[in-house]
Design a protein around this ligand. Structure first.
Ligand SMILES: N[C@@H](CCC(=O)N[C@@H](CS)C(=O)NCC(=O)O)C(=O)O
Length: 205
């Protein structure tokens, strides 16, 4: 059995979607990051970086933090949603790192400066809007005549999807990125994705 420490956020949704796709039973442990629960000693013992998501796989007593590391762990545990070897695996790993290093942090900063903070700093908003749109362009070109980011639906799509879903929901424009939106809308129809984004119960934006 797996414990999932999470909140209603794009990084948390990656893992609930993946667990649903893999049909793995799991128990949800909500960590309310708005209330600072990620800084409690019990949670810091699981992730010294004080961020959700984290899993504990009680089958083998393994704790894993960092959402893309968790995705890799789960895919390898079941032997699905990730190529097992060779060039295809390295191709998937590079796109997974692209999500972790660029899409997540840059979209997060854009949302923070454009929507969250009451102090509006034009330089910061412009910088992250430009960089986010540049990154959307990378995915837009990758998804030209291609159904998924890698050859088959994989944890790479799951890793990216929650961030695009959230940005769309927050009202950011995707008019210039039709391939990206077609990819998003198609993945949204998957039952595991529809279920995964309800875990934990959605909070108001
Ligand atoms: N690189 C980390 C980022 C995790 C992250 O930023 N989690 C956010 C929620 S999406 C969080 O826990 N925020 C609480 C905080 O920053 O204090 C991952 O992919 O797991």
């Amino acid at each position: 059995m797996i414990d999932l420490y999470t909140h209603n956020t794009p990084n948390g949704h990656k893992i609930s979607i993946c667990l649903e796709e893999l049909n793995l039973p799991y128990t949800v442990k909500v960590v309310d990051v708005r209330q600072g629960e990620q800084f409690k000693d019990e949670f810091l013992a699981l992730n010294p970086n004080a961020k959700v998501p984290v899993i504990i796989d009680h089958d083998i007593g393994q704790t894993v933090f960092e959402s893309c590391a968790i995705l890799l762990y789960l895919a390898d545990k079941v032997g699905r949603l990730m190529p097992s070897s060779g060039k295809a695996r390295w191709e998937a790993i590079q796109w997974l790192f692209f999500q972790a290093a660029s899409i997540g942090p840059m979209l997060g900063q854009r949302a923070h400066f454009a929507l969250v903070t009451s102090e509006k700093i034009p330089y910061a908003i412009e910088r992250y809007t430009k960089e986010t749109n540049r990154l959307y362009g990378v995915l837009e070109r990758r998804l030209k005549e291609r159904e998924y980011i890698c050859d088959e639906y994989s944890i790479v799509d799951i890793a990216h999807w929650g961030w695009i879903y959230t940005a769309k929901r927050m009202g950011f424009s995707f008019d210039e990125f039709p391939n990206l939106i077609a990819w998003h809308d198609q993945i949204a129809t998957r039952p595991a994705v529809a279920k995964g984004i309800t875990v934990p119960a959605p909070l108001p934006m």
